[in-house]
Write a protein that binds this ligand. Structure first.
Ligand code: NAI
Ligand code: AKG
Length: 418
């Protein structure tokens, strides 16, 4: 990460941008800019050929003022300590934006899972779970899926934890399969909140979703589900991409069909319904009504932002825009609906999963989706109210003003500080 923005510094800059509008002292604010603790591990894991391989892993517990640390675990070769710290901080403010009783945490392993067998990934995951065991638990720190992890890894973490603790505690981790205590609607939840945010954003901006052109960068859990749910609102998904590159069709794709093709072939490239193939950078600068970055941090920096032609950006990924990009896009009147609102559906339904686990009483998908919509729409309204009544530059800063105030109030109300 040499020329790229450091995500942890980006997070701190986002907090600084909100500072002037907050009733929070500099000392408390300084606390809210740093993780409470970061665990760094070297996991030694047996490979299929009998050799031992070492993997670096992290878990950052950023802030627990509003509840247990909560956030996903990422498997990616680009994972760094600072990235995990940033992601854990974004979790704190995301949970506060949607007003669920959690703090924020995040974990990651430096690994490209496509280079390893399922058995090797299982041993790696169980090894991580063993090391995390003293720190995680339903009331302390609750992992979940992120990039390149899903139900399978969450089931393994739950099983390892429960075996070592000699208990049943399904709420120790969320994003599990239904059979292991997962919730209806969790797989779709992140994409669903992106869709709900896009729907509310278009209504707020008095724009028509019917026939709107949409480009989606990243076609994994968050991206492809956001794409087909936005398509269901009547929009045209004209471009999508993954790490192999981007595909474009002027009349739009069938978003579900593209995913089926990706499942079969491993990438979106080569899809027969495409008019053209190009780079991810080209996708990000297309002249579309709505752009949804759904891959990784720093997708759009200050330079690329100057070429962005989209009217509206709804962030499915965490941290896809650098602070420089934010400045450029704010000046250019591009409406950016921030990650800590738009992708909060994942953690919101994780919260519902945890509630169901603790009550041993399970909800229908309809109830999950109704409650999710209520949380996202209410958070959207809180942000817009702040944006319209406080002199903030953009909706991201509005989101941080709302969220930081909630976290700081929890800290001071607990009697820890006057
Ligand atoms: N899974 C979840 O519940 C949540 C995920 N997120 C965020 O959404 C983003 C995506 O996560 P998931 O969809 O879960 O991961 P995933 O692993 O399911 O999918 C990631 C997708 O991004 C693509 N990709 C990677 N690098 C790319 C690049 N440079 N250009 C274009 N595409 C690229 C991959 O090929 C893949 O299609 C991340 O920022 C994650 O933190 C946020 C909230 C919850
Ligand atoms: O479901 C969760 O607890 C966290 C999901 C996550 O990692 C995120 O929102 O970035």
């Amino acid at each position: 990460m040499t020329n790229e923005a450091n995500p942890f510094e980006s997070l701190q800059e986002q907090i600084d941008d909100a500072a002037a509008h907050l009733d929070v002292g500099d000392d408390v604010l300084d606390r809210l800019k740093h993780p409470e603790r970061v665990l760094e591990l070297n996991l030694s894991v047996e490979q299929d050929d009998g050799s031992l391989e070492r993997f670096r892993a992290f878990r950052s517990e950023f802030n627990g003022d509003r509840g247990p640390y909560k956030g996903g675990i990422r498997y990616h070769p680009g994972v760094t300590r600072d990235e995990v710290k940033a992601l854990s901080g974004w979790m704190v403010y995301k949970c506060a934006v949607v007003d669920i009783p959690y703090g924020g945490g995040k974990g990651g392993i430096v690994v490209d899972p496509s280079d390893y067998s399922a058995a090797e990934i299982e041993r790696l995951t169980r090894s991580f779970a063993e090391e995390l065991r003293p720190f995680i638990g339903e009331d302390t720190d609750i992992p979940a899926p992120d990039v390149n992890t899903g139900q399978r890894e969450m089931n393994w973490i739950k099983d390892t934890y429960e075996t070592l603790e000699n208990t049943t505690e399904p709420g120790v981790v969320t994003g599990k399969s239904l059979e292991s205590g997962g919730s209806e609607g969790r797989v779709e939840a992140t994409g669903r909140s992106v869709m709900l945010t896009a729907r509310e954003a278009f209504e707020y901006l008095d724009k028509d979703m019917d026939g709107a052109s949409v480009a989606v960068q990243g076609y994994g859990n968050a991206g492809h589900i956001a794409a087909y749910l936005i398509e269901d609102l009547g929009a045209n998904i004209v471009a999508v991409s993954d790490s192999s590159g981007a595909i474009y069709a002027e009349d739009g794709f069938d978003a579900r069909e593209v995913k089926t093709y990706k499942n079969e072939t491993g990438s979106v490239s080569g899809y027969s319904g495409a008019d053209e193939e190009f780079s991810n950078e080209d996708l990000l600068t297309l002249d579309v009504d709505l752009l949804v970055p759904a891959a990784l941090e720093n997708a759009i920096d200050g330079d690329l932002a100057r070429d962005v032609q989209a009217d509206v950006i709804v962030e499915a990924a965490n941290g896809p825009l650098t602070p420089d990009a934010d400045d450029v896009l704010t000046d250019a009147d591009v409406h950016v609906f921030p990650d800590i609102l738009a992708n909060a559906g994942g953690v919101t339904v994780s919260y519902f999963e945890w509630v169901q686990n603790r009550q041993r009483f399970y909800w229908t998908e309809e109830k999950v989706n109704e409650e999710l919509e209520r949380h996202v729409v209410s958070a959207f309204e809180d942000l817009v109210e702040c944006y319209e009544t406080v002199d903030v530059a953009n909706l991201r800063t509005a989101a941080y003003v709302v969220a930081i105030q909630r976290v700081a109030d929890a800290f001071t109300d607990s009697g820890n500080w006057p």
